[in-house]
Structures are given as C-alpha cells and as structure tokens.
Write a protein that binds this ligand. Structure first.
Ligand code: HEM
Length: 174
C-alpha cells in the first residue's frame, strides 16, 4: 500500500504564509498589550502624583534660591524630591554624621539621599522636617502633567544631575 502523502494535497507556500501572519498577529498583540500596560502604569503614576500634590497643597512654596539661603549648621534646609525640609534639628544628631549633611545644606539633596540607601525608617522620618514645596516650575518629580512620563523621567534625571552639583546648586529648572 502506498502510504506517502500526495505532494499536491499540501500547499507549502500557504502554510508558510499562514504561520508568518500568525507570528505577526502575535507580535502585534504583544506590542499592544505592552503599550496598554505602559499606559496604565503611566496613568497610575499620574494619579499618585496628583494625590500627593493635593496633600501638599497647603505647604508654602520656597524656591531653590530661597532654600540656598539656609546653608548653615544652625539654619539648614535641604530639598528632597521637590519638597523642602528644615533639617536644622537633625544636623547634629544625624546618624550619618554632620559633615555629609552640611555638604547638602541649602541644596537639592535628592540624589545624595537616595544614593546612601537610607532605611525605610529614615525615609519615613523625613516627614517630620517638611516645611514646604518647590514652586511648580522648579519641580522635577512632582508634576501634574506628564504626558510622556518615560521621556520626562530621562529629562528629569538630566536636569537634576545638573542642579545637584556644587557648581550649579540653585539652577532653575524650566
Ligand atoms: C531629612 C533628611 C535625613 C534623614 C531623616 C536621615 C536619616 C538617617 C538615618 C536614620 C540614618 C541611619 C541609617 C538608616 O536608617 O538608613 C542615616 C544614615 C546616613 N545618612 Fe541620612 N538622613 C537624612 C539626610 C541625609 C542626607 C541629605 C545625606 C547626604 C548624603 C545623608 C547621608 C547619610 C549617610 C552617609 C548615612 C550613613 C549610612 C551608613 O552608615 O550606612 N543623610 N540617615
């Protein structure tokens, strides 16, 4: 008995193209799912940001320049994540020492604070020193409108790198 498959019954080219279109469909749906996830994440971030801004609305605004006037051990302010902290009472008791604190006095200390890898306790402790918020035009992290969050993040990282240096302690971010 002849068990071989008659070659005329299988159209190899249609099989190949069906598999290619399946692959393209799968790729397109994965891309769509990825974009949808990214958009949802962005929306969640915006909502969190709006909620945080609303909770900070009662605070007075201080510019980076105003913060820079408080750069002494007996009058020490810093900026963390766009929020202004009067850490005068902490300077002499800071577990990491007074010196590191004074290096940041009157400046945006966000990157320095983060790079230390402070504990959750330390992060929660900062709230007790909160006295204000930067004006909207100087904010990097707390923005109500962020249509392109991922682009904004890169730009923010760039701008804070610029204002977080000794050469440029009070640069205004537009
Ligand atoms: C309100 C602001 C701050 C608070 C409440 C705070 C609190 C603390 C606390 C509780 C610790 C003990 C270790 C821990 O629990 O993580 C610590 C350690 C330390 N902090 Fe801060 N800190 C503040 C700002 C800063 C800033 C601006 C710097 C600048 C770089 C800094 C640098 C350090 C260093 C270097 C240590 C030692 C870390 C170690 O020994 O592993 N801190 N801080």
């Amino acid at each position: 008995m002849d068990t071989s498959i008659p070659s005329a019954d299988i159209d190899m080219s249609s099989l190949k193209s069906a598999s290619l279109s399946q692959q393209m469909f799968s790729l397109a749906s994965s891309t769509f799912r990825l974009a949808a996830t990214a958009l949802t994440r962005l929306q969640q971030q915006q909502e969190q940001c709006q909620a945080e801004l609303a909770s900070l609305a009662h605070l007075p605004e201080y510019s980076l320049e105003q913060v820079s006037w408080h750069d002494r051990p007996d009058d020490c302010w810093i900026v963390l994540n766009d929020k202004v902290y009067n850490v005068t009472k902490l300077v002499h008791n800071h577990p990491g020492g007074m010196e590191v604190m004074m290096e940041q006095a009157g400046r945006d200390a966000t990157l320095a604070f983060r790079s230390v890898g402070h504990s959750i306790d330390a992060i929660e402790q900062v709230d007790e020193f909160l006295v204000g918020i930067l004006p909207a035009k100087e904010r990097i992290y707390l923005r109500s409108q962020r249509s392109l969050g991922f682009c904004a993040d890169a730009a923010h990282a760039f701008s804070i790198a610029g204002r977080d240096t000794a050469e440029n302690p009070v640069a205004t971010i537009q």
